[in-house]
Design a binder for this molecule. Sequence first.
Ligand SMILES: NC(=O)c1ccc[n+]([C@@H]2O[C@H](COP(=O)([O-])OP(=O)(O)OC[C@H]3O[C@@H](n4cnc5c(N)ncnc54)[C@H](O)[C@@H]3O)[C@@H](O)[C@H]2O)c1
Length: 438
Amino acid sequence: MELDSLIVVGAGYVGLVAGTCFSSAGFTVGIVEKNQEKLKTLKTGVCPFYEPGLSELMREGMASGNLTFFSNQEEAMKALNPSFVFCAVGTPENSDGSANLTYVEETIHEAIKVAQKSIYFVIKSTVPVGTGKRLQKLADSKSPGKLMIVNNPEFLREGTAVSDFLRPERVVLGGSDEAVEAVGKLYNSFLLNNRPLIKTDSTSAELGKLAANLLLASRITLVNQVARLAASTGANIRQIEKILQTDSRIGSKYLYSGLGFGGSCFPKDIESFIHICKSLGVDASVAEAIDDFNDTQKLFFIPDIEKEFPAAGQTTISLLGLAFKPETDDIRESPALALAQELSKKGYKLKVYDPKAMDNFKAWAKELKNIEFSSNLEACLKDSNALVIVTEWQEFQRLSPSRLARLYTGKHIYDGKNVLDAKDYKSAGYRYLGVGIQ
Ligand SMILES: NC(=O)c1ccc[n+]([C@@H]2O[C@H](COP(=O)([O-])OP(=O)(O)OC[C@H]3O[C@@H](n4cnc5c(N)ncnc54)[C@H](O)[C@@H]3O)[C@@H](O)[C@H]2O)c1
């Protein structure tokens, strides 16, 4: 079995990172992207989205000849005759909460049609439980023995995607022993220091991925639940977080209160989990509660803003941070969207700024009224009545009361990520409100 060439379909946050990292490990990689505008950018050696370290690695791959971009799967498969086709296309949410598998299915049909030999079809996209088995049956019915499907869920985090991929905590592969063995070899150089390769069946790999996101989201939600009570009792959630995080049974990660989780994965994967439970008659009430609670958490500051600023039309609010987290330009399901929508609906004037996500936000906010897109922090804070920190970019964490006083004449600070020192700002005369800190 030739190990040295593979193609990745979909040059998004997952596919472009995976393909580029495999090329850096010495494999010949073809990445297929059907969006022509994106493809044009990729071919010039520029990453079409913000992900630290990715452009540099991409350019190294292209210069070494290991990394090439293609506009369609047929062209890529004919050029490389790969033994492995990775499917990293999007699986967005349908209106009923289920995952839309149109792009995954397109990819598998094309692979069956074009493959010139038996190949391993590796599903990196996050898919509903049972998809791997169903697609294996479909492939076998169309062309017996041509495709061996392996589920290889991805756990990288946007913002640290390159290092997450190059040094994963574990790699999960679900499928037949032979197929898992073959795909596992691609990961040898990434799995140093006894990091495990977890070999399992495809159903467990699929459910394992959804479960990981559900558990991470549940921690954020539970600490936000505690933060709401802290807000009403005068307890300080920062102190409570320390109490929790130093308990080795609980651990320290994903235990920070704020305006809830967003991103392209947690909300969609929880919806998908709920949808699968319901279709099988399994009680999903815990997952549903997480989902519902998180939606309202994004609007945590609204009641206080309305109380403090009843004259919406005469109030300008600055939103600092639009991406769903720092070090990415991804705004999918970001708390900033829900907050901007709600404030705009209530008649507030908005000024918004993000170090990396302005273009994505502008494209999304076309319908919003009374919104000004600021090109820097200074412009965003000028003549505003209240500021809300929505994303914890370093630029906002580095503010100090004296610097803020030079940029901002308002007195209200809503710290949606609890990153500023409440005491410092209060003693400088600001009205500070965090999420569970007052
Ligand atoms: N973004 C993350 O942090 C992350 C992490 C783990 C898993 N995932 C999962 O990985 C999958 C991909 O996520 P993403 O964030 O990279 O998505 P994305 O939307 O950023 O990228 C998907 C890309 O695939 C392209 N595409 C779609 N169909 C295609 C086809 N037939 N041929 C060629 N290109 C095609 C699209 O144009 C797009 O550029 C999803 O299932 C997601 O849930 C995402």
